[in-house]
Design a protein. Structure first.
Length: 216
């Protein structure tokens, strides 16, 4: 007789586990417009249409214009806030959450390369206070790249840098912008593999287009 309560408890636990797996799968496949706040930014008190008007008119057409015609159906960039609503970046629509916070990856059926991803946000290299950001960016972002060769290394205005590098069949893009008196720098990182490499210039343009709204 004691077996029936035990079987009931096991059945309830099994049903709960199945529901959790289903929910996790749904979150993993959600389009970028439905991703949680840690990826998309909360936009609390902000009007996305108003906030994105300028970047959509000024920058977005040029970025999407660099997507090769054969990839237009599966790769379209759109503006997105980071989790702290500090910076607006251009990222591909309908990409899903990756393994790391703030990382987006193409859906499995997009066939854009297993390693392909993009991430953006801010970093402090220790304490969030003014420092030599060019040095910090080089240490944290550039030196960490697993590269065999650097294809290009260019400035972004007076206080920024974008690097394109490669290792085997993978391309890496890392961009950063900062101000001498800022408490942090802002980054955009992209890893491209397979067909996504054909859109390398679109990703470079997207990373260069970071629009910082709050430096504190």
């Amino acid at each position: 007789m004691r077996l029936r309560p035990l079987l009931f408890v096991l059945a309830v636990l099994t049903a709960f586990a199945c529901q959790k797996r289903a929910a996790d799968g749904a979150r993993q496949l959600a389009p970028s417009s439905q991703l949680p706040a840690e990826v998309t930014g909360t936009l609390a008190g902000l009007d996305p249409e108003a906030e994105f008007t300028d970047i959509r008119a000024r920058t977005l057409p040029a970025v999407n214009g660099r997507v090769p015609s054969q990839l237009v159906a599966k790769l379209k960039f759109a503006p997105q806030f980071d989790a702290k609503n500090r910076v607006v970046a251009l990222v591909p629509e309908s990409w899903v959450m990756g393994d790391a916070p703030g990382m987006l990856k193409p859906p499995p059926d997009a066939d854009l390369g297993a390693a392909t991803s993009i991430a953006f946000g801010s970093a402090c290299d220790g304490r969030c206070a003014p420092k030599d950001w060019a040095k910090s960016f080089d240490k944290v972002e550039v030196s960490a790249l697993p590269v065999q060769s650097v294809d290009s290394d260019e400035p972004i205005g007076k206080f920024g840098r974008v690097i394109v590098a490669r290792s085997g069949d993978v391309r890496y893009i890392v961009a950063g912008v900062w101000k001498p008196d800022s408490a942090r720098y802002f980054y955009c990182r992209a890893t491209l593999e397979g067909q996504a490499i054909d859109a390398l210039q679109a990703f470079v343009s997207a990373c260069r287009a970071m629009d910082v709204r709050r430096w504190e």
